[in-house]
Ligand binder design. Structure first.
Ligand code: GLU
Length: 313
């Protein structure tokens, strides 16, 4: 199906009530793949006449790089991307008009307690090494599937002061959904991952839970993100359902690769927007190239985000 048609279709189906977000992790510089996702997320919402939020996924404190959040915001503003507070959503004072994960620990705690009450979580003492000892081989997707060793043991089976993480009991059936970009996708989470970690040793809530709770709190209807998260999506769908929430639509933007076909990484900075900006690249050039690469334009001409939006309307 034609991508432009799909975007317009999504807008008309949702009666203008679309709510989207771009949710970067402030763990390094933004590369062109991240920027492409941000642009797509923005376009999807603006075409649908919805509300667009910027969320900083800053819960993973050990991975946060000082100054990264500010740099991401500066990059997005340089591109001409705008966002607004979502109506009816409580924004906490940490940052104006930006949803900062680290401000909402009580929400994650509440979701965690709810799932404990429903007997869907259990504590686990297994280290990565323990799992590799039990599961000699990764599955076809390259995951060492958690074999459920601690399931059913209960908190009292572990000594006082044991270092525990918490897992979510995933359904053992095929979860199917149709990604708006990647198409139909099927996964049995129990076979692909095993029970997933929702809270780490030391108490930090894990990405899978946090992201789902945020999207529920924010009333997100459309999740746009990189395709590297496609195989985490069925587990998240199971979490949306366990928390009694409606499952949003997903748009997984293909992962951008460099000229050699390698995935762009935040670490190496080579294709970072910062580098390109310093080298004198203009926002209109970046936008045109990324939109062309997505198949939204038939040539990589220079244009602003507003002009791109007009083109697609
Ligand atoms: N923060 C995640 C990332 O930067 C994206 C999370 C999401 O969009 O669900 O990869």
């Amino acid at each position: 199906m034609n991508l432009k048609y799909q975007l317009l279709q999504a807008g008309s189906l949702s009666n203008g009530k679309v709510r989207g977000r771009y949710a970067p992790s402030p763990s390094g510089v933004q590369h062109l793949g991240n920027i492409q996702t941000a642009i797509f997320a923005w376009l999807q919402v603006r075409l649908a006449g919805g509300e667009f939020a910027l969320r900083m996924d800053d819960i993973d404190t050990p991975r946060i790089k000082p100054g990264s959040a500010e740099q991401i915001i500066d990059d997005l503003e340089w591109l001409g991307l705008d966002w607004e507070p979502l109506s009816g959503v409580e924004y906490r004072p940490g940052a104006d008009e930006i949803y900062l994960e680290s401000e909402y620990l009580d929400y994650y705690e509440a979701a965690f307690d709810f799932l404990v009450q429903k007997d869907l979580l259990y504590p686990c003492a297994c280290s990565r090494r323990d799992i590799r000892k039990r599961v000699s081989e990764p599955n076809a997707a390259g995951h060492y599937v958690y074999p459920g060793t601690c399931r059913g043991l209960g908190r009292d089976s572990f000594g006082q002061g044991a270092s525990l993480l918490w897992r979510f009991i995933v359904p053992d059936y095929e979860i199917e959904f149709t990604d708006m970009l990647a198409g139909p996708y099927v996964q049995n989470v129990a076979e692909s991952w095993g029970d997933i970690i929702v809270r780490r040793r030391g108490g930090l809530f894990a990405y899978q839970l946090v992201s789902v709770v945020d999207d529920i709190q924010m009333g997100i209807t459309d999740i746009v993100r990189g395709a590297d998260l496609l195989d985490s999506t069925p587990g998240q769908i199971a979490l949306f359902e366990a928390l009694g929430a409606e499952v949003p639509r997903f748009w997984h933007v293909p992962v951008k690769t460099d000229a050699q076909g390698n995935k762009l990484a935040k670490r190496d900075g080579s294709d970072s927007l910062q580098n390109l900006r310093q080298a004198g690249k203009r926002a209109e050039e970046v936008i045109g190239e990324l939109a062309f690469d997505l198949g939204l334009l038939d040539s990589a001409r220079e244009l602003s985000l507003q002009e791109l939006l007009q083109q697609l309307r």
